[in-house]
Design a protein around this ligand. Structure first.
Ligand SMILES: Nc1ncnc2c1ncn2[C@@H]1O[C@H](COP(=O)(O)OP(=O)(O)OP(=O)(O)O)[C@@H](O)[C@H]1O
Ligand SMILES: [Mg+2]
Length: 361
């Protein structure tokens, strides 16, 4: 996958910007605060339609403006023009000027993997952030996943509503609760299967990547889910707890409680690992993800390395570069060009950012 060009209108600190990129390496450099991360954030947004650093799309619109537009020409199996527009009403996406109404038809086309300096915060966040990571990555490779996920979430809302109904109205039917519970298990099991397969596939690579780039140790991801059982067992568990759920008015079990744990030498890295080890574990996950996407899609994702020099020592960065092939279009941001090897700079497109404008060198 290759991003040939990018056009921004009123995105973050950029009023207007048009850029063309190199197929292999692109280096974006400039002082702190000039807009380097904003630029790669726009690339991510063009692919995923979400930012990697804010959940509030309003932040993406340039101060004082009412909308932002990100456009880019992307080569996958074919070459197409992608477009994301964000305004007060929400978000619209287009491919070759056609409005795409189903998000799942848009977000599975372009895959982008980002490595950021503060990845270890994922361990401090709630399980929902880790589920979001799974969801975003699986959506990027399996078109139908988002549809199943939406079905599950819709049904979950209905079930919660009905639990409250049962609390208020003692005569309401338990048979109906059985029916929606079975249906929830049906949808949830599908999500479980996708997540399980994704984690199994990541585990094929993650330990090797960790050892190659960072340090010795066996790294693996463990998937914790209420649905790691037969459908009968799951159903019986619900039945046993109907009264508890009715009292609370919430579905207490299901894939909306899933979580993942990173194990380093079989121990939970969150409780035992250093900050550096935690960060490296996420980086190893992302490097494994690159391979997985290649296997699924037959081409490598676009890779963004945001400010890696502030996160890793030179030896580890050299190790990462060694793993990358020329077939991976890569965007690197840095404040300090001197930190990058001359042989890399020679074959790269170097873009210098000066306060909301970009100078090509
Ligand atoms: N919605 C917005 N409108 C206008 N400016 C914005 C908006 N959002 C962020 N900015 C500005 O963008 C700048 C930050 O850009 P960015 O994070 O890309 O910097 P950077 O070059 O990556 O810096 P660093 O080297 O410190 O990581 C800040 O000056 C911030 O005020
Ligand atoms: Mg930055």
């Amino acid at each position: 996958m290759k991003l040939n060009s990018l056009k921004l209108s009123n995105f973050r600190n950029y009023e207007r910007l048009e850029l063309k990129f190199n197929d292999a390496l692109n280096i974006i450099y400039g002082s702190n605060g000039v807009g380097k991360t904003n630029l790669v954030e726009a690339i991510y947004l063009l692919a995923i339609t979400k930012s990697f650093r804010t959940n509030n799309d309003k932040n993406l619109i340039k101060d004082g403006e009412v909308s932002t537009k990100i456009e880019g020409e992307v080569e996958t199996n074919t070459t197409n023009d992608y477009e994301v527009v964000i305004n007060k009403e929400g978000k619209k996406v287009k491919i070759d000027k056609d409005i795409i109404s189903k998000l799942s038809d848009y977000i599975t086309n372009i895959n982008v993997v980002v490595l950021q300096p503060n990845e270890q915060v994922l361990f401090e966040e709630s399980p929902s952030e880790r589920r979001k990571l799974l969801n975003v990555e699986i959506c990027g490779i399996k078109k139908e996943y988002l549809i199943y996920l939406n079905n599950y979430n819709k049904l979950l809302k209905q079930r919660n509503f009905y639990l409250r109904e049962l609390y208020i109205n003692g005569n309401a039917s338990y048979d109906y609760l059985d029916i929606i519970t079975k249906k929830l298990i049906d949808y949830g099991k599908k999500i479980y299967d996708y997540r399980k397969k994704f984690i199994d596939d990541i585990n094929e690579y993650i330990s090797i990547k960790y050892k190659n780039v960072f340090e010795n140790g066996e790294l693996a991801i463990k998937y914790n889910s209420d649905y790691n059982k037969s459908e009968d067992e799951i159903f019986n568990n619900y039945k046993k707890n109907y009264n508890k759920e009715i009292t609370i008015g919430k579905t207490l079990y299901g894939i909306h409680h899933d979580d993942i744990v990173f194990l380093l030498d079989n121990k939970d890295i969150n409780n035992r690992g250093s900050n550096g080890q935690k960060k490296n574990a996420i980086f190893a996950f992302k490097l494994a993800l690159i391979e997985l996407i290649y296997n699924e899609k037959g081409s490598y994702p676009i890779l963004i390395l945001d400010d890696l020099f502030s996160a890793l020592d030179n030896k580890k960065i050299t190790n990462i570069f060694k793993l990358l092939s020329d077939n991976i279009q890569t965007f690197i941001t840095t404040t300090d060009l001197d930190k990058i090897d001359n042989t890399l700079i020679e074959k790269a497109k170097v873009l210098k950012v000066i306060d909301s404008g970009v100078l090509e060198e």
